[in-house]
Design a protein around this ligand. Structure first.
Ligand code: XLS
Ligand code: MG
Ligand code: MG
Length: 398
C-alpha cells in the first residue's frame, strides 16, 4: 500500500457520503459453491475499522446484526443500543437499514408468497427494520426483494405477487410515518433495489426500470416516499448501460441511493470493488451524477476477494475501493470543467448552422463532424482517465 501511494487521509475520505455495509466487511468468502474462508467478525470491530479508514457511514441488514429469533425482542433492543454506542464512540453514522428477505428459508417462496402468514411475517420484518432505522438515526431504507420470483413457471400469479409485495412496502411506509411523527424526524427514503438474476430463476422486478414502473403502478400508497437504490453491477448484469439506467432514475426524481461496485455483463453478481473492471464507465457515471446534483450515499456494496485475510480486507480492499471512488469523483469534476470537452460540447449544441432545417442533405452536410466531436470527447475522457491530458506521451526509441 505504501509503495502504491496516492491514498487519501481518513479525514479526506470522511468528506464523501460513502457508506460501508456491515455485510460487505463481514463477508466470509462463502458466495455460491464456496466454503467460508474468513472468521466471523462483529459490528463493533467493523465500525472501528471503518472509522480508522475514514468511512463515515455504516449500514446493515436487520439479520446481519440481530439473530432472526431475536428480532423485535428485548435482545434486539440491547443489540441496537450497542450499535448506537459503537457508532457514536467511533464518530460514524448509520445511513441505511435494510431487511434481509432472501437468506432465511422462510423466504423460499419470496417475501410475497401465497401463504398469508409469510406476508404478515414480511410486514413485521420491514416495519421492525423501519423502527431500527429511526432508532439508529438512518435516513434511508433499502429493499432488495431477493427471492421475489420463481423457479418453475406458472405456479405463481405475477399480479397477485406484486400486489402482495406492495402491501409489505405500504406497511413499511405507514410504520415510518408513525415513527417519524413520534420521534419528530423526517420519514425515511425507501429505496428499491433490482437485480436481474439470483436468487431465483426468474425475478419479477429485475431492473431499475421495472422498479420505476412498479413505483408508478398505483399499488403503493405513498409512491412519493419510494425511490431507487440502483446497484451498478445489477444494471450491467442484464446487459444494460448503468449510466443510462441512472439517467432514467434521475429524470424520474427517484435516484435516492446508489450501491457502488463493478463486474461484467451477463455474468452473476461478482461484486468486484468499484472501478477495477470498468474505470472509464465509472468515470462517466460520476460525471452524470455530478452534473445532475446527486447527493445521496455511495454504498460500497462489494465483496472483498475470497481468500483475502481479515487484515487485507481492512488494510487493502476497503481503503483502495474508497480511494478509487474519490479519485474518479474528483476526476469527474475535472471532466465537467475541462475546456476541450466544453468547447466540443458547445460546438455540438450550437449545430452546424444549416440554413434550412427541412433539408435533410443540408442538415447532414452542416453536421458532418458531429460524431467526430463525439469521438474527440471520448478520446479526451480516456486522456483524463489515464492522465495523458497533462501532456504525457511515451518516448518511443528510434
Ligand atoms: C444483493 C444486494 C444486497 C442489497 C441489500 O445482491 O446487492 O446486498 O444491496 O440487500
Ligand atoms: Mg446491493
Ligand atoms: Mg451485487
Amino acid at each position: 500500500m505504501t509503495a502504491c501511494g496516492g491514498g487519501y487521509s481518513p479525514q479526506t475520505r470522511r468528506k464523501y457520503f460513502i457508506s460501508g455495509p456491515q455485510w460487505a466487511a463481514a463477508y466470509q468468502g462463502q458466495a455460491l459453491f464456496h466454503a467460508p474462508t474468513r472468521p466471523p467478525i462483529g459490528f463493533e470491530e467493523i465500525i472501528r475499522k471503518y472509522a480508522q479508514i475514514g468511512i463515515g457511514y455504516w449500514c446493515t441488514h436487520d439479520t446481519d446484526v440481530i439473530p432472526t429469533e431475536d428480532l423485535a425482542t428485548d435482545r434486539q433492543a440491547v443489540i441496537v443500543s450497542r450499535i448506537g454506542r459503537a457508532l457514536s464512540e467511533n464518530g460514524l453514522q448509520c445511513s441505511m437499514v435494510t431487511t434481509e428477505t432472501f437468506h432465511h428459508a422462510v423466504w423460499a417462496g419470496g417475501p410475497a408468497a401465497e401463504a398469508p402468514e409469510v406476508r404478515e411475517y414480511a410486514k413485521f420484518r420491514v416495519r421492525n427494520t423501519v423502527e431500527i432505522g429511526h432508532e439508529l438515526g438512518a435516513r434511508f431504507a433499502v429493499y432488495w426483494p431477493g427471492s421475489l420470483g420463481y423457479y418453475v413457471q406458472g405456479a405463481i400469479d405475477e399480479l397477485d405477487t406484486l400486489r402482495w409485495y406492495a402491501d409489505a412496502l405500504n406497511a413499511a411506509c405507514e410504520r415510518d410515518i408513525e415513527c417519524a411523527r413520534e420521534r419528530k424526524r423526517d420519514t425515511l427514503k425507501h429505496c428499491l433495489e433490482a437485480k436481474p438474476f439470483e436468487p431465483q430463476a426468474e425475478i419479477l422486478l429485475p431492473t431499475s426500470d421495472a422498479m420505476l414502473a412498479f413505483i408508478g403502478s398505483g399499488l403503493l400508497k405513498h409512491p412519493e416516499m419510494v425511490g431507487l437504490n440502483p446497484e451498478y453491477l445489477h444494471e450491467l448484469m442484464w446487459g444494460g448501460a448503468p449510466r443510462a439506467a441512472l439517467g432514467r432514475a434521475l429524470l424520474a426524481g427517484k435516484l435516492f441511493h446508489f450501491d457502488i461496485n463493478d463486474g461484467y455483463r451477463l455474468k452473476h453478481d461478482v461484486d468486484i470493488g468499484v472501478g477495477l473492471v470498468n474505470p472509464l464507465d465509472w468515470l462517466n457515471v460520476l460525471v452524470l451524477l455530478r452534473s445532475h446534483g446527486y447527493n445521496g450515499p455511495f454504498n460500497l456494496d462489494y465483496k472483498p476477494p475470497r481468500t483475502t485475510s481479515a487484515a487485507g480486507v481492512f488494510d487493502v480492499s476497503f481503503p483502495t475501493a474508497v480511494d478509487r471512488f474519490i479519485t474518479l469523483w474528483e476526476m469527474a469534476g475535472e471532466v465537467i470543467s475541462d475546456p476541450i470537452i466544453k468547447e466540443a460540447t458547445d460546438a455540438l449544441k450550437r449545430g452546424g448552422g444549416a440554413p434550412n432545417p427541412r433539408d435533410a442533405e443540408g442538415v447532414t452536410a452542416a453536421n458532418r463532424e458531429l460524431l467526430t466531436l463525439h469521438e474527440l470527447i471520448a478520446h479526451r475522457l480516456v486522456q483524463i482517465l489515464l492522465g495523458l491530458h497533462r501532456g504525457r506521451t511515451f518516448s518511443i526509441p528510434g
